[in-house]
Write a protein that binds this ligand. Sequence first.
Ligand code: SF4
Length: 356
Amino acid sequence: MKIVLFENPGCLEKPGFLSYMVVAVRYTSLTHPTFRIFAMIPSRVISYSPAYTVVPTYECFNQCAYCNFRAEPGQSPWLTLPEAELILQSLQNQGICEILILSGEVHPRSSRRRFWFQRIYDMCKLALFFGFLPHTNAGPLSYEEMAQLKKVNVSMGLMLEQLTPKLLQTVHRHAPSKLPEVRLQQLEWAGELRIPFTTGVLLGIGETQQDWWESLEAIARIHQRWGHIQEVILQPYSPGERQIWDAPGFDLLQLPEIVATARAILPADITIQIPPNLVQDDNWLLACLEAGARDLGGIGPKDEVNPDYPHRHYQRLPEILQPAGWKLMPRLPVYPQYDEWLSVELQASVKRWRMR
Ligand code: SF4
């Protein structure tokens, strides 16, 4: 074990942050430079996950007005397992660790639901077979589905988006999966099942400022009960070419202040994540970091949810961050404090990455 000196002792005043650092010290024996983030985390480190997104299907029975992802049910062929295998094979030895399985949704009462679920499960298994670490976000799941997917995922995710029911009259009018109580139930179940979880809020879809804080407070409450939320994404709504809603994007000038308030609301052991492709102004990105964001999420060739906003400045990120004193470091899709929640098999897969 090695003692780590922190550049900013002020951060130790936050109790959750301190325990996070204690976990960090346990990993100081790791030797590979790429994944040493939790072994040498200084106060000005910003993390990201080297990721690739696999989409089993774009079809979705919801119709969110701002969606740039969905296809009509039955109008988009599902990705087959042999196709997925070819993709995964081609990704080996490229520094990618996380496979984000991101899927449109088949209605829970559809006769196709079990085939859809099986396809997702099999793709996770395939990703594990090739040595990657899967993280699935496939919309609301039954308790049994979630328990099954826990066996083949190191973490999972679902955006809370916003808690206010008034969006059911507007952008979510045709999106039954966006019922706030359904989303809250998912967060509760994930906690009960001890699934390391990523959630977040979508900003600028018709909610008020008060709605932001209420959504974040709800996440904080659930985390205090179960301790399973590893990250909260603050995602600015960014209009794309395929959506049906005609509305300007979220005013990014507000984002640093929202980050700061979110940091005050959320427990200190939850990391705040900002998608850098949606905050393309370098100064505003840096302002979000100064305000408390510490993660840039999964970065890969394509943001499937926001296809009009590729990670153009991925290679440039260090150039933007370093002059301001930030160090960009890769991380795994599961944070070290959750490793023991995983099955023995998944722990072995994670350990192989941590030992690299
Ligand atoms: S945002 Fe998600 S749930 Fe809504 S229509 Fe698009 S894919 Fe479906």
